[in-house]
Ligand binder design. Structure first.
Ligand SMILES: *[C@@H]1O[C@H](CO)[C@@H](O)[C@H](O)[C@H]1NC(C)=O
Ligand SMILES: *[C@@H]1O[C@H](CO)[C@@H](O)[C@H](O)[C@H]1NC(C)=O
Ligand SMILES: *[C@@H]1O[C@H](CO)[C@@H](O)[C@H](O)[C@H]1NC(C)=O
Ligand SMILES: *[C@@H]1O[C@H](CO)[C@@H](O)[C@H](O)[C@H]1NC(C)=O
Ligand SMILES: *[C@@H]1O[C@H](CO)[C@@H](O)[C@H](O)[C@H]1NC(C)=O
Ligand SMILES: *[C@@H]1O[C@H](CO)[C@@H](O)[C@H](O)[C@H]1NC(C)=O
Ligand SMILES: *[C@@H]1O[C@H](CO)[C@@H](O)[C@H](O)[C@H]1NC(C)=O
Length: 313
């Protein structure tokens, strides 16, 4: 008897709480205040939405019902979504890990695709700056606190002898450039070290952009700069109300993908700029990135993006 009573009481409770858990549409509508399914062109809610126009061929990413627009640009895409309209004030180019460690020919001789992505990336940087769109450098930059909390999988992954004495933030020694100059490589992907600086012409480009305030630099301590509750990159994107991210860098399937998928999970628009990214992984890893970046957002080629930006100056 007592058992039956308890079971019934529990069932009643469960029914009530399941009702609250599952039947949330109305309360969310009330919360957002403006969820609007009367306009079939809108995907999303008042705070975060796309508007499909031009017979569903153009994705308007400007959120212009809610936020002011400056000079929106129409950008041709090369994936299954063919065209997008972006608001420059809320759009940024994210450049991931194009550091000496990953791109210098002596440190990463196989990074042929990554080095091929450097010139298109420089072109994108110039075009984005000229349109008032920010450049966000997102790089490994391990500090002492990270060393205390990094998981073993990461420490092993970056160790050449499966021991702590060759992993992150251990001295890498010196390197002699082809012109005879010797450089101190510093500590492995440690914040402020030479090996953690952008490679080749990207370094002066970054320094100039940081000085001019067109570029921002973000250290990260995982593949992604957007993992976990709060990261410098995540806070910046939130505070600047950035909605739309073009992404490139190395390696496409590792750190670029990590940032892209986290950005997608968090509700940003992601644009994978194919020729601004590269990997040392097998070809199928790059194919995976392109396949899924197309499903999750947009695919672009720097040549067409830059051309479109110039025509809409
Ligand atoms: C919903 O969208 C339509 C079309 O954009 C607009 O006319 C209408 O005012 C909107 N309704 C609400 C409640 O925002
Ligand atoms: C819109 O697109 C659909 C599907 O591609 C097509 O059948 C239709 O003719 C198009 N309508 C106009 C007005 O272009
Ligand atoms: C957006 O525009 C405002 C006003 O011009 C400016 O202060 C702000 O820095 C811009 N934000 C970004 C991310 O460019
Ligand atoms: C790392 O430590 C091992 C001993 O555990 C030693 O044999 C090896 O030489 C050390 N390597 C470096 C790069 O210090
Ligand atoms: C040698 O080459 C490196 C890498 O390209 C460059 O940073 C450095 O300035 C060069 N040094 C001289 C003396 O030309
Ligand atoms: C930096 O600002 C100066 C002065 O406005 C300008 O001449 C230069 O082209 C800018 N450089 C970059 C990289 O934006
Ligand atoms: C993308 O642009 C590059 C140059 O940056 C060009 O060589 C390549 O053919 C383009 N790819 C496609 C698919 O259009």
């Amino acid at each position: 008897m007592r058992l039956i009573f308890t079971t019934q009481a529990l069932l009643a409770l469960a029914t009530t709480s399941f009702g609250q858990i599952y039947d949330t549409f109305n309360s969310i509508t009330a919360l957002a205040g403006t969820a609007n399914d009367s306009d079939p062109a809108i995907l999303g809610n008042y705070y975060n939405y796309w508007k499909l126009t031009n017979n569903k061929t153009t994705y308007d990413l400007t959120r212009s019902d809610r936020m002011p627009v400056t000079s929106p640009k129409v950008i041709p895409m090369i994936g299954s979504r063919k065209q997008a309209i972006i608001e420059p004030n809320r759009t940024a180019m994210v450049i991931v890990d194009m550091q000496n460690f990953f791109l210098h020919p002596q440190l990463s001789p196989h990074a042929v695709n990554g080095r091929k992505a450097v010139q298109p990336t420089l072109n994108m940087i110039n075009a984005f700056r000229a349109t008032g769109m920010k450049i966000l450098w997102v790089n490994w930059g391990i500090d002492n606190f990270d060393m205390v909390t990094l998981p073993p999988s990461f420490l092993e992954g970056f160790s050449s002898n499966h021991e702590m004495n060759t992993t992150f933030c251990t001295e890498m020694g010196t390197l002699t450039e082809t012109n005879g100059t010797t450089v101190d490589m510093g500590k492995l992907l440690c914040r402020g070290s030479w090996n953690a600086q952008p490679w080749g012409p990207l370094y002066p480009a970054m320094v100039e952009g940081l000085e001019n305030g067109t570029d921002f630099y973000f250290n990260k301590n995982r593949l992604s700069g957007l993992w976990g509750a709060q990261t410098p990159l995540g806070l910046y994107l939130q505070e600047s109300e950035t909605t739309t991210l073009f992404l490139g860098g190395v390696n496409s399937d590792q750190c670029v993908w990590g940032n892209l998928i986290d950005a997608y999970f968090r509700g940003f628009d992601t644009v994978y700029v194919e020729d601004c990214a590269g990997t040392t992984s097998p070809w199928y890893a790059e194919e995976m990135v392109r396949y899924n970046a197309d499903l999750d957002g947009f695919l672009a080629n720097s040549t067409y993006v830059i051309d479109a930006l110039e025509k809409q100056k």
